[in-house]
Design a protein around this ligand. Structure first.
Ligand code: 5GP
Ligand code: ZN
Length: 113
């Protein structure tokens, strides 16, 4: 499958790993928009949030279990952070492999732009 994040998970494209377990891989975003900007992906190809099912939601659970661990490792847990999933065209998704942005190290505005 020609998927950028599947290639990153497989090590075919280099990335800066910040966390890994059986179901989850997390790496530094190549174009960070915050002092800390990590992309967290399931190790199984799921195209977008639209493709989350009862069967594969365990990967999303595993991602959320990893979030506080990664935040603590990055030193952003205390001040707080933002977790974002962009889904589809209107959501601004540019890579078709489900992923969550974990961003911190600065304050974010709301509502989203
Ligand atoms: P999206 O826009 O789909 O929500 O997020 C995709 C993210 O992946 C973007 O923030 C983009 O900077 C990041 N990205 C795209 N290609 C690469 C890559 O080759 N390596 C890394 N580390 N991040 C990437
Ligand atoms: Zn993929």
């Amino acid at each position: 499958m020609d998927c950028l994040f599947c290639k990153i998970i497989a090590g075919e494209i280099p990335s800066t790993k910040v966390y890994e377990d059986e179901m989850v891989y997390a790496f530094r975003d190549i174009a960070p928009t915050a002092p800390e900007h990590v992309v967290i992906v399931p190790k199984k190809h799921i195209t977008s949030a639209n493709d989350i099912t009862e069967e594969n939601i365990k990967y999303v659970t595993a991602i959320w279990a990893a979030v506080p661990k990664i935040a603590k490792d990055l030193g952003i847990a205390e001040n707080g952070y933002r977790v974002v999933n962009n889904c589809g065209k209107d959501g601004g998704q540019t890579v078709g492999h489900l992923h969550f942005h974990l961003m911190g190290g600065r304050e974010f505005g709301w509502p989203a732009g």
